[in-house]
Ligand binder design. Structure first.
Ligand code: ATP
Ligand code: MG
Length: 278
């Protein structure tokens, strides 16, 4: 006899670090054995969640997502990237200028506003392109900027996707090194400072040229690209560039080995990995 569906679900909800995930299929001789094992696990996990909430409210005072954001800002300041703050609401034309049309898979993921005149940003790229093209003409090169903030996408699959998530997107215009090498070096600085092991895969894409993915524990946490790029002309950009977008909840999920990204996203059920209804 196995744990009931309800029991399995409750264990999953409470199991911050997937300690018990392997035991969900365990076979028991009878109800009593099963229910007493369930009680024992539930108690222990509830205790852990409670402890985590106590720590958060008496010692850390900030969820890991905020601390990561702060650390990343400091690391990027060290390598002379400047933070920019841009609107969450994008005009439709900005999406179209990114080459996104109704046929593109990302199109269906967009949250539209005001009769499709505007949308909630699904990515930082349009605003960063816009700012770069102005800075390219206004200040000396190279220009290094980043934005960190919420992006919105309609997603159907759950474990690794949130409909509102925090993306850090950095871009260096006119790098002194070859752009792909520069991108790899920036990723190395960030991941070494954060002390997170990672892998890089480089893909050759016909439309986007060379793209790189950063993986942690086999999970994609970031995607980078380099220019010159066919979109650059539409944004009046004339120098080469290296850029990458990193999902911060995804990065924490992968690093901490959480079973689901919802533990770490904006939530009324979880805070900083811990379940609230315990
Ligand atoms: P995936 O293939 O995992 O859906 P993607 O390739 O569509 O992601 P990108 O556009 O490359 O995503 O975005 C850069 C990064 O932002 C991703 O590597 C990931 O870490 C993060 N990200 C993208 N979509 C989401 C989402 N819905 N929820 C959480 N993080 C996301
Ligand atoms: Mg990607």
């Amino acid at each position: 006899m196995k744990f009931t569906v309800g029991q399995q679900q409750r264990i999953r909800e409470l199991d911050i670090h997937n300690e018990y995930i392997g035991q969900l299929e365990e076979d028991f001789a009878d109800h009593e054995a099963r229910d007493s094992k369930y009680k024992e696990i539930e108690n222990r996990l509830a205790q852990k969640n409670k402890q985590r909430l106590e720590e958060l409210t008496s010692k850390d005072f900030q969820p890991q997502l905020r601390r990561l954001t702060r650390d990343l800002s400091a690391i990027l300041a060290e390598i002379e990237f400047t933070e920019v703050i841009t609107p969450l609401k994008l005009a439709r034309g900005k999406i179209e200028r990114m080459g996104l049309t109704e046929e593109h898979p990302l199109w269906k993921q967009i949250y539209w506003l005001e009769g499709r005149e505007y949308c909630l940003r699904p990515m930082h790229a349009p605003n960063l392109y816009d700012i770069l093209s102005r800075l390219e003409k206004a200040i000396s090169l190279p220009v290094k900027i980043f934005e960190v903030g919420t992006c919105f996408r309609k997603e159907s699959s759950g474990r690794e996707h949130l409909s509102e998530f925090t993306m850090l997107n950095l871009v260096e215009l006119a790098p002194e090194e070859e752009p792909l090498q520069r991108l790899k070096n920036i990723v190395a600085v960030i991941m070494e400072e954060l002390a997170i092991d990672y892998e890089i895969t480089v893909e050759e894409s016909e439309v986007y040229g060379e793209t790189i993915d950063v993986l942690v524990e086999g999970i994609e946490v970031g995607s980078g690209a380099v220019g010159p790029h066919e979109l650059d002309q539409a944004w009046d950009i004339s120098h080469s560039w290296a850029g990458i977008g990193i999902g911060l909840e995804r990065l924490i999920m992968a690093k901490e080995g959480f079973g689901s990204i919802s533990r770490i996203g904006r939530s009324l059920i979880y805070q900083d990995g811990a379940r609230l209804n315990i």
